[in-house]
Ligand binder design. Structure first.
Ligand code: ARG
Length: 590
């Protein structure tokens, strides 16, 4: 379906054309003075310069051409040359009826769908999942769902950190604790045990311990580097141990991401491209892309137009070891070969922006990607505590994601159990608490522009009033409750037909709904889930204003009542679609 604003614009553009002006001037926007009009066009102001004519005269000529137009109930000119527009109730309700009949509310699908890869999550194996990884998971999941809804082929890859020094550190610490483990006996040729020699809890304690030791003890660090090297060069025992670490860690990660309703299509990691590295390195050398610098192998990525220093992209360290860059470049190579995406989006902490600038430039310069392949860095800001500093536990440590989620769920459960509004069986209350808690956390994050730092304030996020996830869920639950009661009265949702608006509040709600398609397209084009949050917040407000001044279920005129019900059904469907794109869902009641 054509977008609502496009349809309106078309009429105004034709009127500009008929008056002898260029049509493009007739672009219509939502009014920024809702007290005066619903939509506006500022084209006469832009045209005044070009046609050397007073804007008011142009506006009046255009308005004259719109007289009698059946989609406008008001066309007014206002100094210095605005066109203030109102649309007819019939045009609006007709459009909404069309929307309800169409799949995805009439959203147009791309003629040539793109293949888009989204690199998000990015946890590091064997390190506890902490809140720092929360943002990547939440934002990436939403960006993925939006792109998919828009009709593209979308593949989400978790890109595990499973290959660097951290693996060597863990192995070194394991060896210190259990020197007799068979994995460290390099003369052993038999099968290795099926069972891992550690649990996830042990594993998570081992990494921080090893990391701390390596900072104080140079010899220990040396051992860890050696262990990393052995792993990377394929020493059997180290590989077998590494596989245990991955298995134990990944099964724990899966549990955590499932709680967040975050799902990856690919569980690839840095290690997956290890075998590609030698080939990539010789390709870069042979084609003259890479050169030696202080023993290391680098690709220059500076450009003349740079206003800041962009250091070369290092491919290999002087000891021949690969780096974070190396695996990222090899991953790009693999993705191009296996999937050939049109676009790759990386959802990573914005502090890695310079790093990705280097990697992207290097990938382009060395032709790992096609010239038209889009590489996008979606950097997110820091999640801060109420003190404005990076979010920590009360004791000042790194907050584990699991702990955080448990705390939040518990708090939400108490709230729901305490609210005397309705009797809810404890099981349902638990489930509802989890749903609302997830909405609170995700909406709290996504309603901010991703690149900005924000304050993680669970109290504020959990409030059922204001710009929060729970407020949206309450609104949906309210609509569902009205629809249930309507059905209990014998009403049939399927036959309820939408009619023209009876009040300003109803018309406002309708106009909000009509803007769905343009909003989603914008959120996708700008990889901006916060636009969906802004939209549903406005939509929920518009609904609640309408709800407070309308006695829906006691309305005696059946047609009127049915029309309101149809409007509610559409509002509910759009709200539910939007929260699904944000990555959460609504309970039946709250
Ligand atoms: N594991 C990395 C980290 O914790 C994030 C990975 C981001 N993705 C990538 N392709 N480099 O910082």
């Amino acid at each position: 379906m054509e977008k609502f604003l496009d349809l309106i614009s078309k009429e105004v553009q034709a009127a500009f054309g008929a008056a002898g002006y260029e049509k493009e001037l007739g672009r219509v926007t939502v009014s920024d003075r809702p007290d005066r009009c619903e939509y506006q066009c500022n084209g006469a102001l832009a045209g005044a310069r070009k046609y050397k004519k007073a804007p008011m005269i142009i506006a009046e000529e255009v308005a004259a051409n719109l007289a009698g137009n059946e989609i406008f109930s008001q066309v007014e000119t206002a100094a210095p040359g605005f066109l203030n527009l109102k649309i007819t109730e019939a045009f609006l309700s007709g459009y909404l009826k069309e929307m309800s009949r169409h799949e995805k509310f009439g959203l147009e699908m791309p003629k040539a769908p793109e293949t888009i890869m989204i690199d998000y999550g990015g946890p590091n194996v064997a390190k506890p999942l902490h809140v720092g990884h929360l943002r990547s998971a939440i934002i990436g999941e939403s960006v993925k769902r939006i792109a998919r809804y828009m009709g593209h082929r979308v593949i989400g890859d978790i890109h595990l950190g499973d290959w660097g020094l951290q693996m060597g550190l863990i192995m070194t610490e394991l060896r210190e604790r259990q020197p007799s483990l068979i994995y460290f006996d390099e003369s052993y040729e038999g099968e290795y045990p099926q069972e891992a020699p550690f649990t996830i809890t042990e594993l998570e304690e081992i990494y921080p311990a090893a990391s701390a030791k390596s900072k104080e003890d140079a010899a220990y660090k040396e051992k860890a580097m050696e262990a990393t090297f052995k792993l990377q060069s394929g020493v059997r025992g180290y590989r077998a141990l590494w596989e245990h670490i991955i298995r134990v860690s990944v099964s724990d990660l899966k549990k955590n991401y499932a709680r967040l309703d975050v799902e990856f299509d690919l569980w690839k990691g840095e290690s997956d491209v290890h075998d590609r590295i030698p080939g990539m390195v010789s390709y870069m050398k042979e084609n003259g892309y890479a050169h030696e610098s202080d023993g290391a192998l680098v690709v220059d990525v500076k450009e003349e137009t740079d206003t800041r220093e962009i250091p070369p992209c290092m491919i290999l360290k002087s000891d021949g070891a690969s780096l974070y860059n190396t695996t990222d470049l090899a991953t790009i190579m693999e993705r191009m070969e296996q999937i050939a995406p049109d676009q790759m989006i990386y959802v990573v902490d914005k502090r890695q922006e310079l790093y990705f600038e280097q990697v992207f430039r290097c990938a382009r310069k060395t032709a790992l990607v096609k010239p038209e392949t889009k590489l996008k860095f979606l950097g997110f800001g820091t999640m801060n505590g109420k003190d404005g500093k990076a979010f920590k536990t009360r004791e000042g440590g790194v907050m584990r994601l699991e702990t955080l989620l448990n705390d939040i769920n518990e708090g939400m459960y108490q709230r729901i159990a305490d609210s005397a509004q309705q009797e809810m069986p404890p099981e349902e209350a638990r489930r509802t608490a989890e749903q609302v808690a997830l909405a609170a956390v995700k909406y709290g994050d996504l309603s901010n522009q991703a690149s900005k730092d924000y304050i993680f304030d669970m109290e504020k996020f959990s409030s059922s009033e204001g710009d929060t996830g729970p407020y949206i869920l309450y609104t949906i639950a309210r609509i569902k409750s009205i629809l249930r009661k309507y059905q209990q009265q014998g009403g049939d949702l399927a036959v309820a037909a939408l009619r023209e608006a009876h009040s300003t509040a109803e018309k406002d709600l309708m106009m909000k709904l009509a803007g769905f398609q343009a909003m989603i397209e914008g959120a996708f084009a700008e990889t901006a889930p916060h636009k969906i949050c802004g939209y549903i917040y406005d939509l929920a407000n518009a609904f609640n204003r309408f709800y407070h001044e309308t006695k829906i279920l006691t309305e005696e005129e059946e047609e009127k009542k049915a029309s309101w019900i149809a409007l509610l059904v559409l509002a509910k469907e759009i709200l539910e679609t939007c929260i699904d794109l944000l990555g959460f869902s609504a309970p039946e009641r709250m």
